[in-house]
Design a protein around this ligand. Structure first.
Ligand code: UD1
Ligand code: UDP
Length: 366
């Protein structure tokens, strides 16, 4: 029996872990366990996702919480090393690009436990992003690299990763969406906010480059106020962003605007119910760029670059600057925004490809 640790830490990890946990749970050759590092801990940043995605309580909880990069990364390493040494898992699966991803990959590799990186190979080319450092570190040391799209394979090969370590399994977030499609469609979040299908925009922002300084955040707030004169907005505010809006005295301006609904972070089902009915999405989230591409919903990403270029070259995503956001909104509202196409292997079957890969690499007969 192979023991497999699935590392979950922050909001975007949960929808990547859930399909793999469910698929592995059905296999007789392995036993998956969820290790929650506690990087995200508010009920609406963590528990809500375990509930929505039908996952059990984490088997191990490290309760690390917030801190500086070094505090968080070091804290996860110290806590997870104890668990890994005691449990001796056969595999450690880390996902995405958060601090806990790189921390647990380093722990596993140094204990000679094979590490798999789910969502490997993505590169923004921007080393000012903490996530880019986490991606580079994790991919350099992981034993198996599961990429979501072929550009990931090309990036890894260019960095000298041996081809036999790389497998394109596709985008596992789409598995979560497909698993819950019926429930998402039936959810009442949109109706509860009095929003008409196709008649509003959804906003999320949390990248430090957009929200951590007043110089970046204040013009964004002005832009959103202007956009809201054209299309009503729902802004699901990340805790980092709420803190900064309050610190800079900007929250009341947003909350006071008639056409902007400022809400707390939403659970996955509620949030996706809003996204599926949106006319446009304005974001700096990695995952939301992918979900809108899958759904063919115009997405305006407030960033200079993206580690998910297929969402731009094939999907419905466009990179925009605060200065061009209002024009871009006009263009979308004039229905010039294109729906794009769904990238290869974003088909709801990534988890079964991942299971087949682990089974083969574990030497278990087919
Ligand atoms: C983290 C990830 C980022 C990911 C994002 C998803 C890193 C470096 N960053 O950013 O890649 O896109 O999660 O949402 O790993 N906070 C709470 N409650 C919580 C969690 C956070 O109030 O449950 C607040 C705290 O004030 C904390 C701040 O948010 O200091 C930032 O949290 P942190 O996990 O450090 O980074 P994120 O911005 O959430
Ligand atoms: N999401 C959610 N509720 C929200 C905002 C986002 O469920 O209020 C989901 C979203 O659908 C996607 C994931 O969270 O699946 C993305 O996480 P986030 O934007 O926090 O991180 P990133 O992808 O940028 O690392």
């Amino acid at each position: 029996m192979k023991n497999i640790h699935l590392i979950a830490a922050a909001r975007p990890n949960f929808m990547k872990i859930a399909p793999l946990y469910h698929a592995l749970s059905k296999e007789s050759w392995c036993k998956p366990s969820i290790v929650h590092t506690g990087q995200h801990y508010d009920p609406n940043m963590s528990d809500a996702f375990f509930r929505d995605l039908a996952m059990p309580k984490p088997h191990f909880h490290l309760e690390i919480g917030s801190g500086s990069h070094a505090e968080q990364t070091g804290g996860v390493m110290i806590a997870y090393e104890k668990v890994a040494m005691a449990e001796k898992p056969d595999w450690i699966v880390v996902v995405g690009d958060v601090n806990s991803t790189a921390a647990c990959a380093m722990v596993g590799t140094k204990l000679w436990i094979p590490v798999v990186h789910l969502e490997a190979g993505l590169r923004s080319g921007d080393r000012r992003m903490p996530e880019e450092i986490n991606r580079l570190v994790t991919d350099a040391i992981a034993d198996v690299l599961w990429t979501p799209s072929r550009d990931g394979d090309a990036n890894l090969l260019r960095e000298g990763i041996p081809a036999e370590r790389i497998e394109c399994i596709g985008n596992i977030m789409i598995d979560s969406y497909e698993m819950l499609r019926g429930v998402i469609e039936a959810d009442t979040a949109r109706a509860g906010l009095g929003l008409a299908m196709g008649g509003y925009g959804v906003v999320t922002l949390h990248r430090p480059s957009n929200v951590d300084t007043r110089a970046a955040l204040a013009p964004l707030v002005d832009c959103l106020l202007e956009v809201a004169q054209r299309v009503p907005l729902v802004f699901a505010v990340h805790p980092r962003t709420r803190k900064k809006l309050q610190e800079f005295g900007l929250l009341d301006r947003l909350s006071g605007a008639r056409a902007i609904r400022v809400v707390d972070p939403l659970g996955y089902i509620q949030f996706m119910n809003l996204v599926t009915g949106a006319r446009v999405v304005i974001t700096d989230s990695g995952g939301v760029q992918e979900e809108t591409t899958y759904l063919g919903i115009p997405c305006l990403t407030l960033r200079e670059n993206t580690e998910r270029p297929v969402t731009v070259t094939e999907g419905s995503n466009r990179l925009v600057q605060p200065g061009t956001l209002v024009d871009e909104i006009d263009s979308v509202l004039a229905r010039k925004g294109r729906a794009g196409r769904v990238p290869d292997l974003w088909d709801g079957n990534a988890a079964s490809r991942a299971v087949a890969s682990l089974k083969r690499r574990s030497g278990v007969a087919a």
